[in-house]
Design a protein around this ligand. Structure first.
Ligand SMILES: [Zn+2]
Length: 170
């Protein structure tokens, strides 16, 4: 079987731990054990963490409260995922491709399949999957490993990811 890549999106303290301005809530916390199982099961897969990492004055803060600033606790990957080593790619926008080296890393690995997990289904997951599909990667999204603070948007995004973007929901 060909190489698999797992892209783990924004599994950061700022989104998954209570008390931060963009805490995504219980639905997001509920995926943590599922993501852990996924990473445990797929021992041969290459893990790429794509992580929000903003400058102090990022223009995104005109839309959202200040969050996941470079060097802050919020911008750290949650402790539960620490045992799973992977590359870490900082990003500043929804898509993991925007102003990052994700494109060249994937070209180098040439994966047969890219699995995408993390938060939020309707924001960074959806936009990263769209950019993967624009590059013709075979993409799989385990429904139990993605979540959003907005459940209606979560469900819309899963449908869109499957029917419009052509990724497989498993
Ligand atoms: Zn952000």
């Amino acid at each position: 079987m060909g190489k698999e890549v797992i892209i783990v999106v924004d599994m950061l303290k700022g989104f998954l731990e209570k008390g931060y301005p963009l805490y995504c809530g219980g639905d997001a916390r509920a995926i943590i054990p599922n993501v852990v199982s996924l990473l445990k099961d797929k021992k041969d897969a290459e893990i790429i963490y794509v992580c929000d990492n903003h400058a102090e004055d990022d223009k995104e803060f005109k839309m959202f409260p200040r969050h996941c600033v470079k060097g802050s606790v919020e911008s750290e990957i949650i402790e539960e995922l620490k045992p799973f080593k992977g590359r870490v790619i900082p990003k500043t926008r929804y898509s993991g491709f925007y102003n990052t080296n994700l494109e060249s890393i994937l070209k180098e690995i040439a994966p047969e399949k890219v699995i995408v997990a993390g938060v939020c289904t309707d924001i960074c997951i959806m936009h990263t999957v769209a950019d993967l599909r624009n590059r013709d990667y075979n993409v799989e999204v385990p429904a139990s490993c993605v979540a959003s603070f907005d459940n209606d948007n979560h469900r819309f995004a899963l449908k869109h990811i499957e029917k419009v973007l052509g990724a497989k929901i498993v």
